[in-house]
Design a protein around this ligand. Structure first.
Ligand code: GRG
Length: 281
């Protein structure tokens, strides 16, 4: 299957999985279920679930309900992080993916609660994996997931991102933000199938791929959003545009290098090229 068909095919299956997991809009209290669905079904690329699927492919893991569920729980956490990131107390954004943000469409309290529910219910999805995949290592998956998105991962990265607004930063500060805020969940997406399906020989390759791709992704986002007057931490304001681009390509090459050993790596490599296209790099 070519890369574009691969993305379309699996995105559809991820969307069906999310649709089956999330409570219907008319389930009481319907406001929160409408808000959760609004945040999930408003045009995301499904990058992280697709990484989990392509990494399963690399390790010859059958792409079945368990893999789609792992992808769905990651996408639910991603959606929660975006809903909270857009809040007035954080980035105070009115639009996401060209549509009103959740707090604009509903209200601030519902946006906080919709994020909370997406996060909580992602762990419910993780907990149900055992009902159709009896031999999976749920404990390792759970520990890695929680630590990727807690105060030493996603949340911690967001704290430093907020604290560094308008402050002078060095390379170490910006690396910490990128690694925690963005790369941690992308790394988790790559390594989750290896952990759950106990593919121990691949764990380190997947970590290297995921972290490098995650770092490249956030550098690409900083380059695409570059504005020298912004107070928001950006690698471009620390290293300059040329150095940032150089680092972007180095991380993309590092990610590709980590999975060059098998022909099944074509989709993981395709995702690296997709990220390059996404940021026009
Ligand atoms: C509020 C707990 C909390 C965390 C916020 C991850 C994060 C930390 C905030 C998200 C906002 C942001 C700018 C993250 C950087 C990574 C990034 C560019 C996310 C957008 O990811 P895409 O492009 O989103 O995969 P789509 O729209 O395709 O789903």
């Amino acid at each position: 299957m070519n890369f574009s068909d691969y993305i379309k095919h699996h995105s559809k299956r991820i969307n069906e999985t999310l649709d089956s997991i999330l409570p219907a809009e008319n389930v009481i209290p319907s406001t929160i279920h409408r808000a959760m669905r609004y945040s999930i079904f408003n045009g995301g690329k499904r990058l992280r679930p697709l990484i989990a699927i392509a990494s399963s492919e690399y390790m010859a893991i059958a792409i079945d309900k368990a893999v789609y569920s792992i992808g769905a729980m990651i996408e639910m956490v991603h959606a929660y992080s975006l809903v909270h990131d857009d809040l007035p107390s954080m980035d105070n954004d009115d639009f996401r993916r060209g549509k009103p943000t959740v707090h604009r469409m509903f209200n601030e309290a519902i946006a906080v609660l919709a994020g909370d529910a997406l996060l909580t219910e992602a762990f419910e999805v993780l907990g149900t994996l055992g009902s159709y995949q009896k031999n999976g290592d749920m404990a390792s998956l759970l520990v890695e997931f929680a630590s990727a998105i807690g105060s030493r991962g996603l949340v911690g990265g967001q704290v430093v991102d907020l604290e560094k607004r308008g402050a002078r930063m060095n390379g170490e500060d910006i690396r910490f933000i990128h690694r925690s805020k963005t790369a941690a969940l992308i790394l988790f997406s790559a390594v989750a199938p290896a952990l759950f399906f106990k593919k121990r020989t691949y764990i380190q390759h997947m970590r290297t791929y995921g972290e490098a791709l995650g770092m490249a992704f956030q550098i690409g986002d900083d380059i695409a959003d570059h504005d020298e007057n912004t107070e928001e931490p950006s690698i471009v304001n620390v290293l300059g545009l040329d150095e940032s681009k150089k680092l972007f390509y180095e991380y993309i090459e590092k990610a590709k290098e980590a999975i060059k050993y098998k022909k099944e790596g074509i989709y993981l490599t395709g995702i690296c090229d997709w990220v390059k296209q996404e940021f026009k790099l």
